[in-house]
Design a protein around this ligand. Structure first.
Ligand SMILES: [Cu+2]
Length: 154
C-alpha cells in the first residue's frame, strides 16, 4: 500500500461516524453570584456537528451542590424561570443558553468560586463531557447581540 492510499484510508476512517461526535461548547460562563447568595446560573453556546440529536439531561460540578436545567417563560409579561427535563441540540444545529432564556441553574455553590470552573454536561445517550467556564459579572462582555459565529478558541 502506498503512502497516498494509506492516507486515503485513514481519511475515510476518520470521517466515518465511528462514535457520536461530541457537542461543541463555546463561551461557557457562570454569572458571579450576588454576595451572600450561594446560587447562580451558567450560560454557553452548544452546537451539534453530528448527525443525531443530542439531548442534555443533566449537569454536575464539584463546586455546586445541585444543578437544574431551567428556561424562562413569559407569563403575561412577567418572566419566570422554571425547571425543564432536558435541552435538545438538534443534529447540525445549535442552542444558546443565555440570560433571559435557557440556563443551568446552580445551587449550593461552594464560595468563593474560582475560574476556570469545570462543569460536566451529560447527555441522554449516556455520554458526558467536561467544559470549563469563566466567571463574569452582570455587566460582563459577550452579553450583547451581534457576536454570532465568532468563535474564540476551542
Ligand atoms: Cu433558573
Amino acid at each position: 500500500m502506498t503512502m497516498r492510499s494509506l492516507a486515503l484510508v485513514l481519511a475515510t476512517l476518520l470521517s466515518a461516524p465511528l462514535w457520536a461526535e461530541p457537542v461543541e461548547v463555546n463561551g461557557a460562563w457562570v454569572r458571579e453570584p450576588i454576595p451572600g447568595r450561594a446560587m447562580s446560573a451558567a450560560f454557553m453556546q452548544l452546537s451539534n456537528p453530528g448527525s443525531a440529536d443530542k439531548v442534555l439531561v443533566s449537569a454536575r460540578a464539584e463546586w455546586a451542590g445541585n444543578i437544574e436545567i431551567h428556561t424562562h417563560t413569559n407569563d403575561n409579561g412577567v418572566m419566570r424561570m422554571r425547571e425543564i427535563e432536558s435541552i435538545t441540540v438538534p443534529a447540525g444545529g445549535n442552542v444558546s443558553l443565555q440570560p433571559g432564556g435557557l440556563h443551568l441553574m446552580l445551587f449550593n455553590l461552594q464560595l468563593p468560586l474560582n475560574a476556570p470552573l469545570a462543569l460536566e454536561l451529560c447527555f441522554a445517550d449516556g455520554e458526558c463531557q467536561t467544559v470549563t467556564a469563566d466567571i463574569r459579572g452582570m455587566e460582563g462582555p459577550g452579553m450583547g447581540p451581534g457576536k454570532g459565529g465568532h468563535h474564540r478558541g476551542h
